[in-house]
Design a binder for this molecule. Structure first.
Ligand SMILES: [Zn+2]
Length: 281
């Protein structure tokens, strides 16, 4: 990628912060299990839009802060800045105002408006506090394990979370929340898949618009993005995590669906191409 725009000023760096004054180190092993139990008891809000989740392959124990950290932080801040430019212009064109989300970088665990956040949940968006939460080490680790490397693959993940924020601003998340109430698990999952595929499509729209206005893509970037979309498909993640695939439990869509919707957004470059709720499943 060619990123020469300014960093977003909406990045909140919470790395190294302690929770409750005692400090919680989250890694693999006992610590991770204890944290997971705490999280279960505290109850992470079901409205939270998690990526990865239970079926993600377990990451290695948390690494110490690396020299790449600041480069990764800079990169994420620049990508977020690019999304602000694109969505600001898109919303203005539609006669409304885009309100920037914040992006919280944390290490291990932090508190979110949707409950206790831990790295193992993967990057996620909390509609309630309009923040994206990312543990950079965990994300890099997950990308490596899923074989979804490259800078544009990482940008796609950020753009997908920003896509959830766009859904929040235009009211899609509220409407889906209401529609999910009273539905059985299978129907609720199917709605959730449409939410996730739409976020993929919006990530594609962002990439297209940013390319048109600021020429951010280099050779191989599109392929990286498509590869990343395939790598985080529920079928691929379930196979890697638990060795079998249960389509009725999908919450993000299959690899093929995620690639298809990311590509659709990329080719159309328009939000109205992203109506995953009207399309056949
Ligand atoms: Zn998502």
């Amino acid at each position: 990628m060619r990123l020469d725009g300014p960093e977003s000023s909406n990045v909140e760096d919470r790395r190294g912060q302690r929770i409750g004054g005692r400090g919680i180190a989250v890694g693999g092993g006992i610590g991770g299990v204890v944290i997971l139990l705490i999280a279960l008891f505290l109850g992470v809000d079901p409205g939270v839009l998690m990526e990865g989740g239970d079926s993600a392959p377990a990451p290695a124990a948390q690494r110490q802060a690396s020299p790449q950290d600041d480069a990764a932080r800079h990169f994420v801040a620049q990508v977020l800045g690019e999304t602000e430019q694109v969505w600001g212009a898109e919303f203005a064109r539609a006669g409304t105002r885009y309100e920037d989300p914040s992006l919280v970088i944390f290490s291990g665990a932090t508190q979110s408006g949707c409950g206790f956040a831990q790295a193992q949940m993967g990057p996620f968006y909390c509609p309630r506090d309009r923040r994206i939460y990312i543990d950079l080490d965990f994300m890099a680790d997950l990308q490596r394990r899923l074989g979804a490397g490259g800078d544009f693959a990482a940008a796609y993940i950020v753009a997908h979370e920003v896509g959830h924020h766009v859904q929040n601003l235009v009211g899609v998340l509220d409407r889906v929340d209401q529609a999910r109430r009273g539905e059985g698990e299978r129907a609720a999952n199917a709605l959730q898949v449409r939410v996730e595929l739409q976020a993929d499509c919006l990530a594609g729209v962002w990439a297209r618009r940013a390319q048109e206005t600021r020429n951010i893509l280099e050779k191989g970037d599109i392929e990286e993005g498509l590869n990343a979309a395939a790598a985080v498909g529920d079928d691929r993640m379930q196979r890697a995590g638990q060795g079998r695939v249960a389509p009725e439990t999908f919450t993000h869509g299959s690899s093929a669906q995620r690639v298809q919707w990311f590509r659709r957004g990329l080719e159309a470059g328009r939000m109205d191409a992203c109506n995953t709720f009207a399309a056949a499943p």
